[in-house]
Structures are given as C-alpha cells and as structure tokens.
Ligand binder design. Structure first.
Ligand code: TRP
Length: 526
C-alpha cells in the first residue's frame, strides 16, 4: 500500500527522479561550446596555465558559491526564477525576469553555432577543411542545420523534465565524456608536435594573462557553469528532497572544469602536430579554431581523421544540444506556469521564436566570416554583440542579485545585528534544510559579503573596460562599447518595468501548477 502510494506520489511530482539525474541535467547545461571551444582558445591567448589557475580560482570563489545559492533558491521555491526571486523579496522578482532574458539571448546565437557543429558532424566523411566559408555564407543551409539542431532540442524538452531532459542527459553526458577521453588519448598519441602543443597550452605566462585575462577567466566561469541566468534556479526547482545541494554543485563544477581542461588536451596537441608535420602554423583563435583549423588537422590524418572528426564534432553537437535544452526549459517553465499554458505548444513556439531570431545572427556571422561587415551593431557581428551584452553586463547583475537576495533579503532577522551576521544566515539556511556541514559558515559569509562584492567589481570594471578600452597603454572613449553597455541596461530597465507593471501583484506560478490542469497559477502571494 505504502509503496504504491509513494510511487504514485513520485510520478506526480514534476521534477528529476534522482540526484544523479539532476546532476547530469545540470552538467548537460554547463558543459557546452564554452568548455570544448572557448575555454581552450581563451587559455591559449591569455597565458596558458596562468589562465587555468585564475579560472579554477573563479570557479571556487564565485562559481561554487553562486551555484549553491541558485540551486538552493530554486529548490526552496519549487518554482520558476521569477516566483523564486519573488519568494525571497516581493520587490526582487524582476531579477528573475532578467535571468530569463539571458539564456534567451545566448540561445539565439548558440543555435546558429549548434547548426554549424551539426553540419561539421555529418560532413565529416567529406572534406570539412574548406567548408567554413562556403557553408557560413550559404544562408539557406545555415538555416536548415539550425532548424534540425533546434528540433532535436525541442523534441527532448517536450518530453518533460523527467522523461525528456533527465533521460537524455543521463545517456548523452556519459557518451560525451567517453568520446572526449578517447579523442584526448588519440590526440596525445599523435607523436610529433604533441609536446609543443601541451607546452603552448599549459605553460603559465602571467604576462600574457594581464588584467583582461583575469576578467575573461571570471566571465568564462559564469558562462560555462550556466550561472547568473536562472538555469540553475530552474533546474534546482526540479530537485527533490534527496538532492544534496552542496555536493551536487561541487560535482557539476568539477565535471565542467574537467571537460574544459580535457578539451584543450585534445585540441592543442592536434594543432601542433599539424604544424610539426607541415611547417604551417594554424590559427587558434575564435571560431576559426574549431571550424577551420581542426578540420584541416583531421584532413591530414586520413581515414582515422574522418572518424575522429565525426566523433569530435558529434561530441560538440551533444554538448551544444544539452545546453540549448536548458534555455528552452527555463524560459518555457515560466511561461507555462505564469500563463497556464501547455508544455508542448509553449516549447514549440519558443523554439520557433529562437529560430527566427537566430537567422539574422547566422547571416551576420556568415558575412563576417566572409570578410563583409554588412550586418553589424556597434562594429560587431550580431553574435559577438549579443555575447557581449549578455556576458559582460547582464550575467553579473543576475548573479549578484542571487547572492544579495539570498544573503540579505530572505531572512530578515529579529534585530539589526542579525542581518549582518553570517552565523544568523547559516542557522536559518540550516533550519530550512540547506545542509553544507562545515562549509555552511564559509558559504554564508561568502554569499553575504565576499562574492557579491567581487561580482560587483567584475561588473564595474567590465563596463568601464567596454566604454573606455585601453589600447597600447592609452585609454579612449568607445561609442561602440557604450552602445553595448546601454543595450544591456535597457534590457534591465525593461525587466524592471514589466515586473512592477505586470507581474508583481499577480501570481507567477510554481512547479505544482503544471501538474494541475487548467488551474490558475498560484504561489508567491506573500
Ligand atoms: N554553459 C554553456 C557552455 O559552457 C553556455 C550556456 C549558458 C548556454 N547558458 C546557456 C548555452 C543557454 C545555451 C543556452 O557552453
């Protein structure tokens, strides 16, 4: 009897079945192009191991703290990010709205890159080495592959949290990891050039790191861990009682970092092997590294190269799909819960909107890869523009908000003194069920004082660096930088206005609402 009831209850709950499913799904969101591509190339241009050190430091000091905060914010609310922020303080719900806009923006350009990875996967057995220019300039083909890529993600998310996201992540993430390890071993065994590649990748050069490198490492940590964008709040809301927040966050961050470091161990030995064999240096910056340099290396490796190429790009596609899944889930979660919509329809419509918006981004990227500057904003192709808007300005705002909301606004305290005491916060969190053991006090202190201050510094310095960039020792005013920063703050403003005008005094829904058909959203009337 009892067991039967429990099984029934478990079925009804809208969320991940187990702790492992939660970790796999969150790791699926975290591991993406950021790990397999931007981490290695940023490392290579920003001082090698020096960059890796700063990156790992950022993961520990900001990454883990914000991740624990976000997962916990979601878990305690059992609701979408807007309701979750609202539950901490009624006037903070707009942070949830910004949180939803960030993955939406990222998703629109990420979908284009997802299309690219898919194209390179299926094209692996023909010659990929010259495809980048022709493919990127062929709008119809780019759209076709973006459509297929998005369709895969949409179908998975339509299956629901348990039967779609959790199941897919539990299969895809181990597959990704096995392929990665195999590719790394293959690349490390290439012989000539491997040593030089490793040396280039991992030799610390603190001079090349510089202050900009430090900023880049911190930003990369947020982007790569999917923080400051509501994703971990949303996934945390689907976590059941059995999920241990601290341990899960640690495992997700470890896995994410491991994948990033491993990716470089595959890419740079391969690139330098080519150089050792042919005497030709390949470019290892930006989009060219993944979609032009790597295919050239694969081409020279004969049949094995074609097979490795197929698995390599297949792995990158998997990583990209499981990240886009999280975008679709976090945005549709809010829409479904706030407006009592059906899951499948909402996700389909959202997928189509992302696709439509991705088209100009794809065209713009194609132009810039073919040497044209026709479709740009603030001197950037649209992909770079939106990347800067979301990553430099918006993500820190949201991560800062998560720390401050949990650290200062959730528990008011009986006296003024309580408000400033980390111990008070730690005690309340423990009472509520956030069990971090001996790390509890450290977490409380970090989330209240250290992490938000450091994030605020990143935000301010990041903004100043955009508006007043420094070139050869001189700083100057950049109108383009100002446009990027203003765009981001207009988005913040829109979120604030929309929240106070339309959402503050209305129920914004919770996970339970999705289970009860045609019921008006409840929750957060506090
Ligand atoms: N974490 C992803 C990566 O490392 C990037 C990412 C964050 C993302 N949020 C997203 C991708 C939303 C797509 C949609 O690549």
């Amino acid at each position: 009897m009892d067991l039967g009831l429990q099984a029934e209850g478990a079925k009804k709950r809208n969320g991940f079945i187990g702790g492992l499913g939660f970790i796999m799904a969150a790791a699926g969101s975290a591991v993406g192009l950021g790990n397999l591509w931007s981490f290695p190339y940023k490392t290579s241009v920003s001082g090698g191991a020096a960059f890796v050190f700063v990156y790992i430091f950022s993961v520990i000091v900001f990454g883990l703290v914000v991740m624990v905060a976000e997962i916990y914010i979601g878990k305690r609310a059992q609701a979408n990010p807007v309701t979750a922020f609202k539950k901490m303080h009624k006037n903070l719900g707009w942070l949830g709205l910004i949180a939803l806009m960030i993955p939406f923006i990222i998703g629109c350009y990420y979908a284009v890159l997802g299309g690219y990875t898919l194209k390179f996967t299926v094209n692996s057995f023909s010659d990929n080495s010259t495809v980048l220019q022709t493919f990127s300039g062929n709008v119809g083909e780019v759209i076709l592959f973006t459509v297929i890529f998005m369709a895969i993600a949409v179908v998975i998310v339509m299956g629901g949290v348990q039967n779609g996201i959790e199941k897919a992540s539990k299969i895809l993430m181990p597959v990704l990891f096995v392929i990665l390890v195999a590719v790394v071993i293959y690349c490390l065994c290439l012989g000539s050039g491997v040593k030089e590649g490793l040396n280039f990748y991992l030799n610390p050069d603190f001079g090349a790191l510089g202050f900009n490198g430090v900023l880049a490492a911190m930003g990369q940590a947020f982007f790569s861990l999917s923080l400051g964008m509501g994703i971990m709040i949303s996934y945390g809301s689907y976590a059941g009682e059995n999920v241990k927040v601290g341990r899960s966050a640690l495992l997700i961050a470890l896995f994410d970092t491991l994948v990033a470091v491993l990716a470089g161990l595959a890419i740079f030995p391969a690139i330098y092997h080519y150089q050792a064999e042919t005497g030709i240096a390949l470019q290892n910056e930006g989009i060219v590294l993944m979609f032009a340099s790597m295919p050239i290396v694969f081409k020279t490796l004969g049949v094995a190269g074609k097979i490795v190429s197929f698995f390599f790009f297949g792995m990158v596609t998997i990583a990209a799909v499981t990240s886009v899944i999280s975008l679709l889930e976090v945005v549709s979660q809010f829409l479904i819960q706030r407006y009592s919509l059906g899951r499948k329809k909402t996700i389909a419509v959202l997928g189509v909107i992302v696709l439509v918006l991705s088209i100009p981004i794809g065209i713009s990227l194609g132009f810039s890869l073919n040497g044209k500057q026709d479709l740009t904003i603030a001197g950037k192709n649209l992909l770079d523009f939106f990347d800067l808007v979301s990553n430099t300005v918006l993500m820190p705002v949201c991560a800062f908000g998560a720390c401050v909301a949990l650290g200062w606004f959730t528990f008011k305290g009986e006296s003024k003194k309580d408000r400033f005491r980390s111990k008070y916060l730690n005690d309340r969190l423990e009472e509520e069920g956030l069990k971090l053991g001996k790390f509890g006090m450290i977490f409380a202190f970090m989330v209240k004082y250290v992490t938000p201050i450091l994030i605020a510094v990143i935000e301010v310095v990041g903004v100043l660096e955009k508006v007043f960039p420094v070139e050869s020792g001189k700083s100057y005013f950049s109108l383009n930088g100002l446009i990027i920063v203003l765009t981001a703050y207009v988005i913040v403003l829109i979120a604030v206005v929309v929240y106070f005008a339309l959402l503050k005094n209305k129920p914004t829904g919770s996970n339970e609402d999705e289970l009860i058909e045609k019921k008006k959203p409840s929750g957060a009337e506090k």
